[in-house]
Design a protein around this ligand. Structure first.
Ligand SMILES: Cc1ncc(C[n+]2csc(CCOP(=O)(O)OP(=O)(O)O)c2C)c(N)n1
Length: 308
């Protein structure tokens, strides 16, 4: 379990609202699946919410490529739980007309895919276009540790390093891929794999939003200004099941994860300020669920914003 021994830095109300908003969104989804209200599948980012919340302002005008566990990536960027829930439920107001669902969301500057590894070569293409057009933008791809088993990741890293493309690979290293612990599927380290391509590597172990920003901002600046690809690995934990109810981990391990969770830690530290924002965001998610549930099915419309 990763531990953070530094003194916590201040956390704004806005960041706290974003964090707990994502938490309540994900919990609502699992509840709705349990009640048979949702179809298909979903992968929640419970426990990992702080990663996209911390990175959101660093990547505001950049392109984000997300993965199967992408709700937090979307919500931290756009603060649009209503559009995403409508997308997942296939209701009016959906981000991309309900044709993408949980894993395939498209919006200006954002694209998620359920296909592991697909995003890294895509990020190279997008980053290359930014570089050639003289835009100071970064293509950032969120992937899990298990996705380092996909060959496309290495083809992408190779080209990004060779052609000096502004690509940031954000690894949410939660120690497990579906039901396989990392130590049973990954030889060596991700750091050494990045080094093999001469790509900068940074490991972030803290959950502290301000601390993360301080550590990652210079990395993003190098990617942006010097067109040097980089890998940033967050050593984190997945609190929930892989998907909806398929957690193979034992009770003891899950209890330790709950101890590690930022939610309890912030509740204890921030007291009434935390409770007020947490309650407000939970109620807001409930209202959104009610509204979206009562809407007619989505009909096709062009995605929000044009592809840039
Ligand atoms: C090419 C491909 N192979 C297999 C899968 C099925 N699958 C979905 S998520 C997943 C595990 C992903 O693990 P990781 O990259 O560590 O991300 P995490 O789920 O831990 O966030 C697998 C095997 C897939 N989506 N795409």
């Amino acid at each position: 379990m990763t531990a953070d021994h530094r003194e916590p830095l201040p956390l704004s109300d806005d960041d706290l609202a974003s964090l707990v908003g994502i938490r309540h969104f994900e919990l609502a989804l699992l509840r709705m699946f349990g009640a048979g209200e949702l179809n298909g599948t979903t992968h929640t980012c419970l426990g990992q919410e702080y990663v996209p919340v911390a990175l959101a302002p660093l990547l505001r005008d950049d392109f984000v490529l997300s993965n199967h566990r992408g709700h937090g990536h979307y919500l931290a960027r756009y603060r649009d739980p209503e559009g995403l829930l409508a997308e997942i439920m296939g209701r009016e107001g959906a981000v991309c007309s309900g044709v993408g669902g949980s894993q395939h969301v498209h919006r200006d500057g954002f694209l998620s895919t359920g296909v592991q590894g697909q995003s890294v070569p895509l990020a190279v293409g997008i980053g290359l276009r930014f570089k050639r057009a003289g835009e100071r933008r970064v293509a950032a791809a969120f992937i899990g540790d298990g996705t380092w088993g996909e060959g496309a990741v290495y083809e992408g890293l190779n080209m990004a390093a060779l052609w000096q493309v502004p690509v940031l690979v954000v690894v949410e290293h939660n120690g497990i891929a579906q039901s396989t612990p990392t130590e049973l599927q990954l030889a060596g380290t991700i750091a050494a794999r990045a080094a093999a391509f001469d790509v900068d590597f940074t490991e972030v172990v803290t959950k502290d939003i301000a601390d993360i920003r301080a550590q990652v901002a210079p990395v993003v600046a190098r990617v942006r200004d010097e067109h040097r690809p980089a890998v940033v690995q967050f050593t984190t934990h997945r609190l929930g099941p892989h998907s909806k109810g398929d957690d193979t981990r034992g009770a003891e391990e899950l209890a330790a994860l709950r101890e590690w969770d930022w939610h309890g830690e912030l509740a204890a530290r921030l007291g009434q300020r935390f409770r007020a924002i947490d309650d407000k965001e939970r109620d807001e998610v409930e209202r959104i669920v009610e509204r979206v549930r009562n809407r007619p099915p989505a009909t096709w419309a062009a995605p929000v914003g044009a592809v840039r």
